[in-house]
Design a protein around this ligand. Structure first.
Ligand SMILES: [Fe+2]
Length: 429
């Protein structure tokens, strides 16, 4: 109940940080307008726990269809098929309140862990709605990021950006050959999304990996060397994207009065040379190619993050202790990135920094299920809609990734040319 209430409260705060005039705005062209998400969260809860799980009627059939699913279309022509006129905010909020009341009642009083029902077995539907909420909070945050500052209401206690000097010296460490355990064991995991199962053990050959994420300072060299004009550095999809969208630098960078700055969540920040560069997979891969390096595979990320010499793999890069504010920039600790290497207590056994938090890490691995994958009964299309060869796995977490999503097996995925999320990269060879 506390988890549910805290999640709903944070979502409400997010929707209240947008001015009313922006309510039906679509800050990212390929996503629904803001109002959709205020209806989607409670509708998803009703659809998943009340209807699919408990076999009940739900709260409002029309809303539970209208707000059922977000979208991830290939281009803008596929958007706009939703409602042409959204319900007024008061009505959406009233629906949300009714859904919240029904979910609270279900969590407190109904049989939500029935083993004879695959949707409810071991509390599957309840965990599904509890984790769905913070996942959306993150996507909402990077959507809000794109809104003009005058359309946002900055919370009073928001910390100021930390920009201190240049990045640490570039350095790579050797990670010896060994096993990486991806995924999780169905029988022992409390909860996981379908793409986290089953366990998948991979033998990883020796490699070298960046101690720190590539920074804005690093990426500036690529921009100034004409990296965006050299077609040989880009894959076909990436080249086509930067040509058609006239991309010449990372989305978070802006040019004002001849100087680069960084578009922060609440303010424009003087160019933060030591922050991890936020970039799309296409940009990350082009940069790596330019350096004669490459992006890590998902298994290499696991080796670098969770492997340890002569020991079993760890639950977190730093060991077994649960995540807290000393280990990394996550769980809404800061609205924007911090300089790389700010959390030595979060380093992995090999001394690799910031593997959890401060920005998701792109891998070169195309998103798919591990051998033995099966869709989850509580949300059967969660992953399968994206097994299309066009999405890449990201690992780690961002400043606004909830700490409940920082478990080892959690996987994120996006299209290679999607520039909006808080994602960075490091290189390997
Ligand atoms: Fe959703």
């Amino acid at each position: 109940m506390d988890w549910f209430d805290a999640g709903r409260r944070r979502s409400r705060e997010l929707f209240d940080s947008v001015v009313p005039a922006a309510y039906e705005v679509r800050p990212i062209p390929l996503r629904n307008p803001i109002c959709f998400y205020e209806g989607h969260l409670p509708a998803f809860n009703a659809n998943t726990l009340l209807k699919r799980g408990l076999g009940e009627e739900g709260i409002d059939r029309d809303y539970e269809v209208l707000f059922e699913r977000g979208i991830d279309p290939e281009d803008e022509s596929a958007v706009g098929l939703g409602a042409s006129r959204w319900p007024p905010r008061k009505a959406i909020q009233a629906y949300g309140d009714a859904s919240d009341r029904a979910i609270r009642e279900a969590l407190l009083e109904k049989d939500i862990t029935r083993d004879d029902n695959p949707v409810l077995a071991r509390g599957l539907a309840a965990y599904t709605i509890l984790e769905h909420e913070p996942m959306h909070q993150e996507t909402l945050r990077y959507m809000w990021h794109r809104l003009p500052y005058e359309k946002k209401i900055r919370p009073a206690e928001t910390p100021s950006p930390v920009v201190n000097g240049g990045p640490p010296a570039r350095e790579m460490v050797r990670v010896p050959a060994g096993k990486a355990t991806l995924g999780a064991d169905r029988a022992s995991a409390v909860f996981g999304w379908d793409n986290e199962f089953p366990l998948c053990v991979v033998e990883v050959p020796e490699f070298r990996i960046d101690v720190h994420d590539r920074t804005n300072a690093d990426f500036l060299e690529f921009v100034e060397a004409g990296g965006y004009e050299k077609s040989e550095l880009w894959d076909d999809e990436g080249w086509e994207w930067i040509q058609s969208s006239r991309v010449r630098h990372p989305l978070f960078w802006e040019r004002h009065g001849g100087e680069w700055s960084w578009r922060g969540m609440w303010e424009l920040v003087p160019f933060p040379a030591s922050w991890p560069v936020y970039a799309s997979h296409s940009e990350a891969a082009a940069y790596a190619r330019w350096k004669g390096l490459r992006l890590p595979t998902e298994a290499e990320y696991h080796r670098a993050a969770y492997g340890a010499p002569d020991r079993p793999e760890r639950s977190y890069p730093w060991g077994e202790e649960p995540p807290d504010a000393t280990r990394g920039n996550f769980d809404f600790a800061s609205p924007d990135p911090m300089p790389v290497g700010s959390f030595p207590a979060g380093a992995s056994a090999w001394g690799v920094h910031d593997l959890l938090g401060n920005g998701w890490e792109w891998t070169s691995t195309v998103f798919s299920g591990f051998p033995g994958f099966s869709p989850m009964p509580s949300y059967p299309v969660y992953s399968t809609d994206f097994f299309d060869g066009k999405h890449y796995v990201l690992k780690g977490g961002s400043p606004v990734t909830s700490k409940v999503l920082l478990r080892r097996s959690f996987r994120n995925w996006f299209r290679g040319n999607y520039p909006y999320l808080y994602a960075t990269f490091r290189c390997v060879k």
